[in-house]
Design a binder for this molecule. Sequence first.
Ligand code: 9MR
Length: 504
Amino acid sequence: MKFTRLTSGVVLAATVIGLGASVAGAQETLRGLAEERGRYVGSILNSQWFSGGLPGNYEETQKREFNAVVCENEMKFDATEPSQNNFNFNNGDRMVKYAKQNGMRARGHALAWHSQVPNWVNSHKNKQELLGILKNHIEKTVGHFKGQIDEWDVVNEAVNDNDPHDWRATATNSRPGSVWFDNIGAEFLDSAFVWTHRVDPDAELCYNDYNLEQGIGEGSKAGFVLKQVKRWKEMGIPITCVGSQTHVEDTTTAPEFNGAAENLRAFAKELAKLGVKLNITELDIGIKSGMPVDAAALARQGHFYRQFMDVFLEEPNMGEFVIWGVSDKWSWLGGLNRQAGLIFNDNLQKKPAYDSLIASLKAHAPETVFNPYKDDFTKLDSIAKADSIAKADSVAKAVADSIAKANPVVEDTSKQIEPIAPADSTEVLLSRAYGVFGVKVSGRTLNISGDASAKVQVFDMQGRPVFSDKAVKGSVSLATVPNGIYMVRVTSGTSSLVRRIALK
Ligand code: 9MR
């Protein structure tokens, strides 16, 4: 190393008087600093890596700077199951081996996504068939990588772009549809989480999407996702993380950029109350095509990168900071009319953005950064006190888990696929847990037993209320609710149960 010829006295003097930048330089990598803080910084293995088309310093940089990794395209549906029930995990295995050899966290991307599905899947329209296809894909894929993938993107990009109050539906000229939602309905998401969890109960399971850095207000995509996460937690669906892709543009004029990092902070805080992590999963900050990539632009880009890293380190339920690429030379951004969005330039040299990330990490001393993989962030006073749902959730968790196991969410719609526990076993489980009541539907009448008076709320599968009655004794008519599948919540005193019902 650089100082081997110096006497130890000179090295010591340099350290003591604070010339640490060059003395400590050999150790100062993103990876090293993140590891000291119990966090992960990651990047993709570009598709060109798999075809052997990258220079040696690409891999050297990747290993030196990152402790988490994800395949750019190689673990998507079209790559892993190109024809029905014929699986190819070769490239995924290569990534897993690489991650293991280099002590990295491995992300699996992605199980249920409308894009990059092979044509043989898109040719199916039958709900039962598609449920079977998705279940088989998840079981075989997650089963193959069991214990080797730390975290799955179970569902990717399922929210409707034009109407972020709902899931992505039938294709139009301006946006693609989703074979899963169009033919199965929202249960495809619920079921995908349950199936993945059953095969690998130790893996973290994420919902992953873009534009989640645009705020959590009414009409926002993140706001909709938040509602769904609440619903999933209430139903015992085993989601543990949300992935914010965070593909943003580095121009002072791009409206979506303003406040993006702080928006993620607000989102992280809401998810923390639900016991869910927020990860940054695909960050790039592209400069608009045609704009100069000069010193000012690169400095501004660095400033933006730093804002995200600051928020990441300050929020206790954020675990991974993954950048969608290593070098600007191999980046998908051109297709989006953006350029130079990563932290290493075409020659794999560090850009100002890299230095900004290092500066942010160093400004957050390790003892001030929470490690969400080691300690339970829901126990932090700031989070535990802030929210009642989290508390109710922790009480209900054991029960909810058992319900999910005994009574999968596809119970009403895919009887051929999932064996269904007899209805009574759910009732027994619930009354044992709560000691209060049971719920049964007969025709349009909801019967509640064992309690004097209860509040009944009925929600559609997107969590929208469709019926409510504050004081139900014995039974209530749901004649006003249209046919369909709903979640009913019955609350009595401090106890409450959530159950799926079908009205026909
Ligand atoms: O980087 C990926 C690019 O090589 C592919 O052509 C593209 C096709 O969909 O997918 C890119 O990765 C996407 C990721 O899987 C999901 N979020 C958006 C990413 C950038 O488009």
